[in-house]
Design a protein around this ligand. Structure first.
Ligand code: R1P
Ligand code: URA
Length: 286
C-alpha cells in the first residue's frame, strides 16, 4: 500500500519533512541529544564528519568514529519531538521514498540517547552517569499508538499503576532498554527506571510560583520499589524513545548525565563536564 503524501511528507529536494535528511544520510548507529548545541560537542570527537544538516531544532552530523559510521542528532525537548524524530528516522531507513512503500527488508537502528537528568535518590549524586533500564512515560504520547509487543513488563507496570493510583490523570507506559545495549554501553553503570515527564517544572515536582497539583511528587516517585527496581531519575524523552523504538523494531538505550539532585535540592555547578563524561563514555563503548 502506498503511503499518502499527507502522511509521509517529502520535501522538494527528497528529504524528510522535519529532519531535512535524505535516505542514506543516517548511520545505523544514532546518538540522540536534546540540546542542538550538544551535537557538535559529540561530533568534535568523530574522526571524520561527512555531513552537517539541520532544520528547526533537529541538527544532524554524520561521520565516523574509527570504522563505525555514526549519526548524532538533536531532538529538542519533549516526547512530542520524539514522535517526529523516531518516525522520520524509521522512514529514512525503512520506507522506499520513490514507491512510498515499506521496504521488504527492514533496518533496525541502534539509538543511544545522551541526555541530562535529575536524580530522585540520595545515593545517585550529581555527576553520576546512569543507564535507563526502563523508561516510564507520564506523558500522553503512547495513548495514540498500539503498545509494542516486545520489551514491556506488564507486571512491573501494574505495580507502578497501583503506586500512582492517587494520581489518576496519567496513563503511564513502560518500556525496557535494549538488553544488549544496556549490557555493553551501559555496562557497570548504575541503572534504574527513568521517569519521562511532560514538562520540567510541576511535572517534575518543581515549585517556583505556580502551585503544584501533586505537592509531594518527588516523594511519590522516589518511594516506588519492586524487587531490584526503583525510580532513579526524571527527564523528558527516554520513555518515548524506548516505546517507539520497540513499536518500530529499533534498539534503544538512554544514558543520563545527572545534573540535579532533587532530594538534596542542588543543581550541578559544572554541567558541561558531566555531559562531556557521558559523551566520552558512550563514544568509547559504541
Ligand atoms: O539535556 P536534554 O537531552 O535536553 O534532556 C533533558 O534536558 C531538558 C530539560 O532541561 C529535557 O530535554 C530533558 O530531558
Ligand atoms: O532535573 C532535570 C535536569 C535535567 N533535565 C530534566 O528534565 N530534569
Amino acid at each position: 500500500m502506498k503511503i499518502a503524501q499527507s502522511d509521509l511528507i517529502i520535501n522538494p529536494d527528497g528529504s524528510i519533512y522535519h529532519l531535512n535528511l535524505l535516505p542514506g544520510d543516517v548511520a545505523e548507529t544514532v546518538i540522540t541529544v536534546g540540546d542542538p548545541d550538544r551535537v557538535s560537542q559529540v561530533s568534535k570527537h568523530f574522526d571524520t564528519i561527512e555531513l552537517k544538516k539541520g532544520k528547526r531544532e533537529f541538527i544532524t552530523h554524520t561521520g565516523f568514529v574509527g570504522k563505525k559510521r555514526v549519526t548524532v542528532l538533536s531532538t529538542g525537548i519533549g516526547t512530542d519531538n520524539i514522535d517526529i524524530v523516531l518516525n522520520e528516522l524509521d522512514a529514512l531507513v525503512n520506507i522506499d521514498f520513490n514507491a512510498r512503500q515499506i521496504k521488504q527488508e527492514l533496518t533496525s537502528l541502534n539509538i543511544v540517547r545522551i541526555g541530562t537528568s535529575g536524580s530522585v535518590q540520595p545515593d545517585i549524586p550529581m555527576g553520576t552517569i546512569l543507564a535507563s533500564a526502563y523508561g516510564l512515560g507520564m506523558d500522553a504520547l503512547m495513548n495514540y499508538y498500539l503498545p509494542p509487543e516486545l520489551n514491556s513488563n506488564a507486571a512491573l507496570l501494574e505495580e507502578i499503576k497501583v503506586h500512582f493510583k492517587g494520581f489518576q490523570k496519567i496513563n503511564p507506559y513502560l518500556n525496557a532498554a535494549d538488553e544488549n545495549l544496556l549490557n555493553t554501553i551501559g555496562k557497570d553503570l548504575p541503572t534504574g527506571i527513568t521517569v519521562t515527564a511532560p514538562g520540567f517544572y510541576a511535572p517534575q515536582g518543581r515549585l517556583v510560583r505556580a502551585q503544584n497539583a501533586v505537592p509531594h511528587f518527588i516523594n511519590l516517585v522516589s518511594s516506588f520499589k519492586s524487587n531490584q527496581y526503583r525510580i532513579t531519575n526524571l527527564e523528558m524523552e527516554t520513555a518515548g524513545i524506548y516505546a517507539l523504538a520497540n513499536v518500530l523494531g529499533h534498539k534503544a538505550l538512554s544514558i543520563n548525565a545527572i545534573l540535579a539532585s532533587r532530594v538534596n535540592f542542588q543543581f550541578s555547578s559544572e554541567p558541561d563536564k558531566v555531559v562531556e563524561n557521558a559523551i566520552k563514555l558512550v563514544l568509547e563503548r559504541l
